[in-house]
Write a protein that binds this ligand. Structure first.
Ligand code: GAL
Length: 667
């Protein structure tokens, strides 16, 4: 039996009724209905309430909550409640508590205080999930499972006894023989050779740099350790309810977990997005790039935004509210980029605890007097009009090669310079975003058949198979843009010698002899065509082997040497960017690359107007989002259709009000 995926646009949020007297619940459901809420995530942090002592269970309150929601036609994404173990667990079994690299045991009183490898935690979590699954498997409100919550959000690694044992087991499975581990970790260096498995530790605080391959393997292990927990819960739920889809909430560009390895283990992608309202311009791209990364994990179905804030959060030093219109705009951006759900943390703002100043759909003030609730209600009504969009997909012709293993490796200590991998990928994505060219994120070793252009920033760690894949993509006619510090090491983080990036030398038609990473603030110049632009951060010193120089450095001891190149290979072309160009330089380069790849924007729009397209078998949906405070006229090119929010026919051009959005359904 296949899980039944959601088929409508979801609207709602985290609901924590355990924080409130039941009399408040009646007002909750009344307001939920008024707001058009159709799904809520229930009981995420309710373990202590469900199991107040080791031997005692209390499901009465949850039964009543589930029944009330069912009666009011509100579906439940039911939590497995394993994210915050109750105090009794670690009082009796202190070994469940996580330990930092410095050997500090993290204590109770907050949340997520468990070691992912703790056998005791696993046993109790499994028992809890079994109870919940058995009790609610046939409940009419149950529509989906919400496993745990934001795995590893606060607790990103553990060095305790169970984790050390589990790390050794993981290494034994990977390397089988200790000799293979010694070879992979390069332990001939600094007298690190291991003579017995028991000597191997997690990378704890040490006098100086730890072994980089050990650190890399520990990151891989940690992602897998959390994934094993997820799998454990998922197996219980699948056995109990094969038709109910399950998910866990991801966090976008979250380094500790290789979400690409996680994606096959969930039925739909759910994620949490909290761009800072302080910088709205940054926020609009932060939202978009996060949606693109998350959507790409399961491109054949819409994702769900599981959490965002209606207004302010509580966890930044200064928490600005979202001004009127921003919450709506950001919510409709979710749909624009392939999402079918707009959910929030949380339904009703708490009055106690660390999150009492975090906004909710219902604030501390009466709903009837609340600016935020008025916006929530209005958005709920609009989502009903946008119902036809549900299930439609996003198809892009540009891919950005992005790999968590490359991310982990390039940001380990003792590198020539500091590369912020996610920021570099996002900076390149941003150019495409601002030009209304849709981008998917892919693994460099995955099928690239759907794409005309692949952008591959800083693939420092590049397995040979991925290098072959990128080379074949170009040979078949694709356009590739690779950047500095790519293809430097293999999976074990060993340099591939012979002129960097050895495995991409053939396709790029060049090799890199040296590099000059620049300290913050230092700049060089680049002559690009007839123009002079600046560059910073990094300068590769290249030797051409068939590639043609498009731009040359103007300063430093390598003035005159190539900085940007193009090489024909097979039926395609491979570009190389050896430095970080300023905005004008990036425009010159990407403008040219996009022309060569024959990739066109969805629509050319005035600055600040985002345009995207979703497609179903019957329709296309053109989304236009005006992120500016000015009414803006947009020419529609050849697009013509019905505006879903107003019912009007749109053709030729239309005027978007400040922060305005339109969705045009095109037959
Ligand atoms: C998320 C978390 C929620 C809530 C929210 C506040 O990270 O999943 O439980 O804490 O942040 O913004």
């Amino acid at each position: 039996m296949k899980p039944k995926l959601p088929t409508k646009l979801l609207y709602g949020g985290d609901y924590n009724p355990e924080q409130w007297p039941e009399s408040v619940w009646l007002e909750d459901v009344r307001l939920m209905r008024a707001a058009g809420v159709n799904m809520i995530s229930l009981g995420i942090f309710s373990w202590a309430k469900l199991q107040p002592t080791e031997k005692r269970w209390d499901f009465g309150w949850l039964d009543r909550g589930m029944d009330l929601l069912a009666k009011n036609n509100i579906s439940v994404c039911l939590a497995t409640a394993t994210a915050s173990p109750p105090p009794w667990l670690s009082t009796k079994y202190p070994e469940v508590l996580p330990v930092t690299a410095d050997g500090v045991t993290l204590q109770i009183g907050s949340r997520q205080q468990y070691s992912p490898s703790s056998r005791v935690y696993q046993k109790f979590a499994a028992a809890l999930v079994r109870k919940i699954a058995a009790r609610y498997r046939r409940h009419p409100a149950l529509a989906a499972w919400h496993i745990n919550n934001e795995y590893a959000c606060h607790l990103q690694e553990c060095h305790g006894a169970d984790s050390t044992r589990a790390f050794r087991d993981w290494l034994r499975t990977k390397y089988r023989a200790l000799a293979a581990l010694n070879a992979a970790w390069g332990t001939a260096f600094w007298s690190q050779a291991y003579g017995a498995w028991d000597e191997v530790l997690t990378p704890r605080r040490a006098p100086y740099h730890s072994n980089p391959t050990q650190c890399l393997d520990f990151k891989r292990f940690t992602s897998d350790a959390f994934l094993a927990l997820h799998r454990m819960e998922a197996a219980i739920l699948r056995a109990a309810t094969p038709a109910i889809p399950l998910t866990t909430n991801f966090m976008g560009f979250f380094k500790p977990l290789d979400y690409r390895a996680w994606a096959p283990e969930i039925d739909f992608v759910a994620w949490d997005s909290y761009p800072d309202p302080v910088d709205e311009k940054a926020a609009r791209h932060a939202g978009a790039v996060g949606h693109d990364l998350m959507r790409s994990l399961k491109p054949d179905r819409p994702f769900v935004l599981m959490e965002q804030a209606t207004s302010a959060v509580n966890w930044r030093p200064v928490n600005l509210p979202k001004r009127p219109g921003i919450m709506r705009l950001q919510s409709l951006q979710v749909l624009a980029r392939g999402g079918d759900g707009v959910m929030f943390f949380q339904w009703r703002a708490s009055i106690a605890g660390a999150e009492k100043f975090h906004s909710g759909l219902v604030q501390h003030v009466p709903a009837a007097a609340s600016r935020v609730f008025a916006e929530v209600k209005a958005l709920g009504a609009e989502l009903k009009k946008l119902a036809p969009v549900a299930g439609s997909l996003v198809h892009n012709r540009v891919a950005l090669a992005f790999d968590w293993h490359a991310w982990w490796a390039v940001e380990l200590e003792s590198k020539p310079g500091r590369i912020d991998y996610a920021a570099w990928a996002q900076a390149l994505h941003r150019w495409f975003y601002e030009h209304n060219i849709g981008v998917d994120f892919v693994h460099p070793g995955s099928s690239l058949a759907a794409y005309d252009l692949v952008v591959a920033p800083a693939l420092y760690l590049l397995p040979a198979k991925s290098a072959v894949n990128l080379t074949a993509f170009v040979a078949r006619g694709g356009t590739l843009l690779a950047t500095y510090f790519s293809g430097i090491v293999d999976e074990h983080e060993h340099v591939v010698p012979g002129g960097y990036p050895a495995l991409l030398r053939e396709v790029l038609g060049l090799w890199v002899e040296e590099w000059a990473p620049y300290p913050e603030g230092r700049k060089n110049g680049v002559r690009f065509g007839g123009r002079k632009v600046t560059c910073d951060h990094w300068c590769d010193l290249l030797h051409l082997e068939g590639a043609q120089a498009l731009a040359n450095y103007t300063g430093d001891f390598f003035a005159g040497r190539p900085a940007v190149t193009r090489h024909s290979h097979g039926r395609g072309a491979a570009y190389y960017l050896g430095t970080r160009l300023d905005a004008a330089g990036l425009d010159l380069l990407l403008g040219r690359v996009v022309r060569e790849a024959k990739v066109a924007p969805v629509l050319r729009t005035p600055a600040g107007v985002e345009a995207t397209v979703r497609e179903s078998t019957k329709h296309r949906f053109l989304f236009l989002l005006n992120h500016t405070d000015k009414a803006t006229k947009v020419s529609l090119g050849g697009y013509r259709g019905r505006e879903l929010l107003t019912g009007k026919i749109a053709s030729r051009s239309l005027l978007l009000p400040p922060l305005g959005v339109t969705v045009i359904q095109i037959p």
